[in-house]
Design a protein around this ligand. Structure first.
Ligand code: ADP
Length: 169
């Protein structure tokens, strides 16, 4: 009965994130998706939008829960007695970043293990930042994110002038 936390910005959540959750939920007893709220970062989607969208995406799965958190993720994991942090890895650049992050989190709490999930090849090009950029130019993101997310992205970018688009992504 090992609980796991899957932290991220999820700005926006994508089919890549969903794939990790779907795979992880069959291995761990509970998956707690934690939407990061970092006051230093600018997000396109608000905390409540990101939480609501992920809740909608994971609705069929009764062992997946969604929360937001503005503090250290290891603190959150400790609070809910989760032993594992899940992170996804698409390529070497991701691995390098994720490895440093895992070392830092291990330094903060050695009892919590980071487990890496390699991306499914189908989703390895999916990246929230690129999806936002594509959506900002009116591109079709329907194969990259679930329909409710695509709808929110369309609403966010509809009627925006080119000059404001680039500052928001
Ligand atoms: P963060 O700002 O914490 O990196 P993200 O929402 O970008 O938040 O990503 C959360 C986690 O999901 C990260 O570990 C990231 O590498 C992983 N991830 C994102 N997209 C994919 C994908 N397409 N395939 C596998 N893992 C992914």
């Amino acid at each position: 009965m090992v609980k796991a936390v899957f932290p991220g910005s999820f700005d926006p959540p994508t089919f890549g994130h969903l794939n990790i959750i779907e795979r992880a939920r069959t291995i761990f007893s509970e998956i707690h998706v934690v939407v990061a709220v970092n006051s230093e970062k600018r997000y396109l989607l608000s905390e409540s939008e990101r939480v609501a969208l992920i809740k909608e995406m994971v609705k069929p799965w009764d062992n997946v829960f969604v929360h937001s958190w503005s503090n250290l993720i290891v603190e959150y994991a400790k609070q809910i007695e989760a032993r594992v942090l899940i992170r996804g890895v698409r390529n070497l650049a991701d691995f390098s970043y994720e490895f440093d992050l895992a070392m830092m989190n291990r330094g903060l709490n050695p009892e919590i293990e980071t487990v890496f999930f390699s991306t499914d090849p189908q989703y390895f090009v999916l990246r929230s930042s690129a999806i936002k950029e594509l959506a900002s130019f009116g591109g079709d993101v329907s194969s990259m994110v679930p329909e409710p997310v695509a709808l929110v992205l369309r609403q966010k970018f509809s009627g925006r002038s080119i000059s404001t688009k680039n500052t928001k992504v």
